[in-house]
Write a protein that binds this ligand. Sequence first.
Ligand SMILES: *[C@@H]1O[C@H](CO)[C@@H](O)[C@H](O)[C@H]1NC(C)=O
Ligand SMILES: *[C@@H]1O[C@H](CO)[C@@H](O)[C@H](O)[C@H]1NC(C)=O
Ligand SMILES: *[C@@H]1O[C@H](CO)[C@@H](O)[C@H](O)[C@H]1NC(C)=O
Length: 244
Amino acid sequence: MKPCLVFTLLSAAGVILARESEADKLNLPEDFTIPYMVYLQSSPEPCVGTLIHPEWVLTAAHCPLPVKIRLGVYQPSVKNKKEQIRNYSLTVPSPEFKAQSLENDLMLIKLSKAAALNSHVGTIAISMEPLAFNDSCFIPTWTWNEYKNLSDPDILTWINQYSLPLNDCQNMVGQIMAARIMCVGQPLNILSRTKEVSAAPAICDGRLHGILSWAKGSITLGSEGFFTEVYHHARWILKVINNS
Ligand SMILES: *[C@@H]1O[C@H](CO)[C@@H](O)[C@H](O)[C@H]1NC(C)=O
Ligand SMILES: *[C@@H]1O[C@H](CO)[C@@H](O)[C@H](O)[C@H]1NC(C)=O
Ligand SMILES: *[C@@H]1O[C@H](CO)[C@@H](O)[C@H](O)[C@H]1NC(C)=O
């Protein structure tokens, strides 16, 4: 696995797509996937998971437990033959997760059977260090063209964003919370009916740096998003993976 290479290719693709109109946006090969993106199908709403090890998915602790885990997915509303379907055998929310304030909003999910890694399904490394100042992050998620209750989303979309300086982040969420949060985006007044799947990853410098905890609007249209910073939890993540 070469996360840097994958990141570079995807960033390039993102830039090209961003310049095209919404209608042209899906002009991708039918079997296109972002290999580490995992679709956590659940009720009432799905989440994005990120494959960080053949047997482990990282997502947000606010997500419901998945009913079905799908790997190698491009459009969740469409089944494809290359998809891998799994259940979970273990779920481990961060012991520091606070449901009220959404602090430390991370959960590890162990797959019932390891993912078969190929060109459609692959892992991404977690970050062990804070993000360098003003680094660009690639943030993918799925959205619904038209949201219907309990339907699967049909669009894969993404944005490239710079992480905001700590000061700006503190102004938005307060000093204490900002200590373990990564902020992107800006206050926007966009009238959009776009609904996004929760727990999108932020891939910066080829590594998984954040998991989206909450947002003030549509993150893929540039609104403010607040990510749990993964590196603070890297030791806990490695400990769980090595001992479970
Ligand atoms: C998935 O695993 C959970 C926990 O082990 C179990 O309760 C559930 O019935 C399983 N679901 C399926 C579809 O096998
Ligand atoms: C971050 O980098 C981008 C691109 O290089 C630049 O446009 C922007 O002004 C930088 N932001 C800060 C706060 O330095
Ligand atoms: C969505 O579906 C769930 C489960 O069937 C139901 O409880 C809920 O009321 C529905 N919501 C809407 C807005 O239809």
